[in-house]
Write a protein that binds this ligand. Structure first.
Ligand code: C2E
Ligand code: MG
Ligand code: MG
Ligand code: MG
Length: 279
């Protein structure tokens, strides 16, 4: 029986490796064409201000509509692109596309809207990307205060000095950042006071643990931390009324999640602007 199981495991392992290899090839061979031929597109997920109960911003999330493989979620291709130099081109594409949407369609309706976009900490190591982001900001005439760069805690900590340098450079242009998936990495808390950080996005895994009868001290600790730093706290992955209610009671400033709106097409987001939310 052991021999049998062993052989099975071997097969699964091989299949898994084969899939990974195929994903790598598909992504790296296709990404340039995807950018050039508009196979990539953005969806926008609303972010709610818990004081006004209105949409105060949104997060741009990239998707890939592959001609052979169909819709590919970012979790399947971003990590692969991040390990190649193509992450630069992808990030600049996302920046250009979201800045256009912001200036041409969102801001005319909602002048205070904050659009956040994800920039990999890996991409922050590149001076070309650092300058490319600022060029697009100027060329697309987007007020920097309407934009937020989300950087995950883990990719930022991989090279905190270089990331800090880029962020300080951007700070002069008025750009500010949110720390994404906060609580999952190992941050030195000292950088929170020295970098242009506008808020902490509390990772979904902690919000998930907020169930009736079970209390998640991490959420409350992050809320206390952001409060004492005088920055925003955005709860990610809010799926239930119970979670929303407890976040309100704990004075979180913003929330995002399927309960409040799934990632959606730009047109749908525009319909949500100015709408009063329930709750
Ligand atoms: P993230 O930046 O933490 O984005 C939030 C993810 O959580 C999104 O997944 C979103 O659809 C999902 N989500 C939001 N609310 C809920 C909820 O209530 N429940 C659950 N289960 N999930 C929820 P998505 O779009 O698949 O993106 C995954 C990750 O891919 C993002 O995590 C981000 O790290 C990365 N990503 C997405 N777009 C970009 C991009 O343009 N550039 C870079 N560098 N990374 C990106
Ligand atoms: Mg994000
Ligand atoms: Mg996140
Ligand atoms: Mg994430």
């Amino acid at each position: 029986a052991a021999k049998h199981a062993g052989r099975h495991q071997y097969c699964f392992f091989r299949q898994d490796m084969k899939d990974q290899l195929q994903d790598h090839l598909m992504v790296l061979q296709g990404i340039d064409q995807a950018i050039a031929e508009s196979q990539l597109f953005l969806e926008y997920q609303p972010i709610i201000d818990l004081q006004t109960n209105q949409v105060s911003g949104g997060e741009a999330l990239v998707r890939w509509n592959h001609p052979q493989h169909g819709l590919i979620p970012p979790g399947r291709f971003i990590p692969i692109v991040e390990d190649s130099d193509r992450i630069e081109a992808l990030t600049l594409w996302v920046m250009r596309c979201s800045c256009r949407a912001l200036r041409q369609q969102i801001l005319p309706q909602a002048p205070d809207f904050k659009l956040s976009l994800n920039v990999s900490g890996v991409a922050l190591q590149s001076d070309r990307l650092r300058d490319g982001i600022l060029e697009i900001l100027l060329r697309e005439k987007v007020p920097p205060q309407n934009l937020r760069i989300e950087i995950t805690e883990t990719t930022m900590m991989r090279n905190v000095e270089k990331c800090a340098e880029t962020l300080r450079h951007w700070q002069h242009a008025g750009l500010r950042v949110l720390i994404d998936d906060f609580g999952t990495g190992y941050s030195s808390l000292s950088y929170l006071t020295t970098l242009p950080i506008d808020g902490l996005k509390i990772d979904r895994s902690f919000i998930n643990k907020q169930l009736p009868g079970s209390y998640c001290p991490v959420v409350e600790a992050i809320l206390a931390l952001s409060k004492s730093l005088g920055i925003q706290s955005i709860a990610e992955g809010v799926e239930t009324e119970y979670q929303l209610q407890s976040l309100r009671e704990m004075k979180a400033t913003h929330a995002q999640g399927y309960l409040l709106g799934r990632p959606m097409a730009l047109e749908k987001l525009l319909e949500r602007l100015g709408e009063i939310e329930v709750g």
